[in-house]
Design a protein around this ligand. Structure first.
Ligand code: HEC
Length: 116
């Protein structure tokens, strides 16, 4: 009986550890299945991203050009992970943006801002 409690505690601890941090990865893979509305991205981009990546996402001062083939070729899941969790000097937006906003940014990047 005592063994069972110990096991339950250990399993509980694992579940907690998986919950923190694992949540963002799960959200990213879920977002990869969503077709975001690229047309809705402009104000979200202007408010959160343009300061670093430039008004059209073409990059400036150490922040990469988001219209490059490299970035557009990234998987939706990879882009979602960067937006949610950040990347080097870039902050994460997991708490700032809702799923629809992140999905629209992903769709906008994939579509290629030049086609606006
Ligand atoms: C504080 C400045 C800053 C802000 C704000 C910012 N970024 Fe970034 N972003 C960067 C930098 C710097 C990198 C490159 C990080 C690296 O190479 O380690 C980056 C990388 C990226 C990448 C990955 C590029 C690659 O080649 O791997 C994507 C996609 C991206 N940003 C999108 C966005 C989006 C969308 C937003 C708004 C929600 C945003 N960024 C906001 C600075 C910023």
């Amino acid at each position: 009986m005592k063994m069972r409690w110990t096991m339950a505690l250990i399993l509980g601890a694992f579940a907690l550890a998986a919950g923190c941090g694992g949540g963002q990865a799960a959200r990213a893979s879920q977002l990869a299945t969503v077709d975001g509305d690229a047309d809705a991205a402009a104000p979200v981009f202007a408010a959160n991203c343009a300061g670093c990546h430039g008004p059209e996402g073409r990059g400036k001062k150490g922040s990469p050009d988001l219209t490059s083939d490299h970035v557009r070729g990234m998987s939706k899941e990879k882009i979602a992970r960067v937006i949610l969790g950040g990347d080097g000097p870039m902050p994460g937006f997991a708490d700032k943006l809702d799923d629809a906003q992140v999905a629209s940014l992903i769709a906008w990047i994939k579509r290629g801002p030049t086609q606006d």
